[in-house]
Design a protein around this ligand. Structure first.
Ligand code: NAD
Ligand code: DAU
Length: 347
């Protein structure tokens, strides 16, 4: 990247109004005074400009509403902005939604990635970073961890679409020399996560004294990482990652869903009777665990946030930011955006 220390890097971040993208933008503009970010987001139900509140007046930041599947528009943006790197967070991300509407996942996650890769190829962008997921590896038994060489065995339409996108990055690197890098991270938690994902969903239900629905026997295992640790790893990938490579990112915190639920019940002072077991998610992966040795060794980055502490802070954040999640749950934030957008005369 530009300069050995990454001085003056300009990023086009796709999907920067969602959970991880918005945390990444706030992290990177805080950590890197001379970096600039152009956030390109369609603002689907999951995109929310309130996640980036305060940055509107920062002249290192700019928001453009666009769909990554809209090839002419993406090409126009990238040719005008001339970024040093494109970082692609934009995706449909909720596994349960992918079971009921798989076509949307293929459109955004596969065709959208292809549009970004083609743009990077035509305009010779120096780096392309694809934010992917451990779900591409499928499910583990009790033993072992996913390494970058593990076979790709996606089990949900979401995971299959992310796998297809990863393979496009590989193909565009091998065939056209597009300097693409793939990151595969485990389950993130932290502020601004859409309350359909288990941690914010359960916190907001418990706050309203509603029971929380645990799928199946609740013994599925996820490897949890704080979103700030994910952001630090992505920054290291932008600076030191090698084109054509894949980097696993994990938290080293394997927990069953029952353990997560009990931690949340205890943090919120609720009894175990608030946990109810419901029918399982079809194709539900049993266990994810990440081997991140390559990322630690080659990029010199490792997670720092202790899980119990990060989870306690996260619970506190949702309790202190009730207005944020109430607006999200009611869909109010979408109306707010449309009003603002029209008033500003934007298209
Ligand atoms: P999210 O659902 O919170 O946000 C997705 C963002 O993408 C939203 O702002 C949305 O408006 C935008 N978007 C969707 N379709 C778009 C389109 N066609 N054009 C432009 N923008 C569009 O997702 P997230 O949890 O922040 O995940 C971000 C990325 O990280 C995804 O690629 C996901 O696969 C990956 N990932 C997520 C996790 C996790 O635990 N959440 C873990 C590993 C990897
Ligand atoms: O592993 C990374 C992935 O983590 C990302 O790629 C995805 O975008 C992200 O959504 C997440 O996928 P999961 O399916 O693991 O996350 P979710 O929060 O939907 O579910 C976590 C676990 O909790 C999973 O085993 C299913 C279970 N669950 C989830 C919900 C929403 C429940 O038991 N009840 C629920 O209501």
């Amino acid at each position: 990247m530009k300069g050995s220390e990454g001085n003056g890097v300009k990023l086009v971040v796709a999907g920067g109004a969602g959970f991880i993208g918005s945390n990444f933008i706030r992290y990177v503009l805080g950590a890197r005074e001379d970096w600039r970010v152009v956030n390109v987001d369609k603002l689907t139900y999951a995109g929310n400009l309130a996640n980036l509140k305060g940055l509107e007046s920062d002249d290192r930041y700019r928001f453009i509403r666009a769909d990554i599947c809209d090839a002419p528009r993406i090409e126009e943006i990238v040719s005008t902005e001339r970024p040093d790197a494109i970082v692609n967070f934009a995706a449909e991300t909720h596994v349960d939604r992918s079971i009921s509407d798989p076509a949307l996942f293929l459109r955004t996650n596969v065709l959208g990635t292809q549009v970004l890769l083609e743009t990077a190829r035509k305009l010779e962008v120096a780096r392309y970073v694809q934010i992917s997921t451990d779900e591409v590896y499928g499910s583990l038994g009790k033993e072992g961890k996913f390494s970058e060489g593990s076979p790709l065995r996606p089990n949900s339409p979401y995971a299959a679409s992310k796998t297809a996108a990863d393979l496009l990055v590989r193909a565009w690197f091998k065939t056209y020399g597009v300097p693409g890098i793939v990151t595969r991270c485990s389950n993130n938690y932290g502020p601004f996560q859409f309350p359909e994902k288990i941690i914010p969903f359960f916190i907001t239900l418990l706050h309203e004294d509603k029971q929380v629905p645990v799928y199946g026997d609740g013994m599925n295992v996820r490897d949890w990482i704080h979103v700030d640790d994910h952001s630090r790893a992505i920054e290291a990938v932008i600076l030191r990652g090698q084109p054509g490579e894949v980097y696993n990112i994990g938290g080293g915190n394997e927990r069953t869903n029952i353990e997560i639920t009990k931690l949340l019940l205890s943090a919120m002072g609720k009894p175990e009777s608030m946990m109810k077991f419901v029918p399982d998610r079809p194709g539900h992966d049993r266990r994810y665990a990440i081997d991140d040795a390559k990322t630690r060794r080659e990029l010199g980055v490792a997670p720092r946030v202790p899980f119990e502490e990060g989870l306690r802070e996260t619970v506190r954040w949702y309790l202190e930011n009730e207005a944020w999640w109430r607006a999200v749950k009611s869909g109010e934030y979408l109306k707010f955006f449309d009003l603002w957008y029209t008033r500003e005369g934007r298209t």
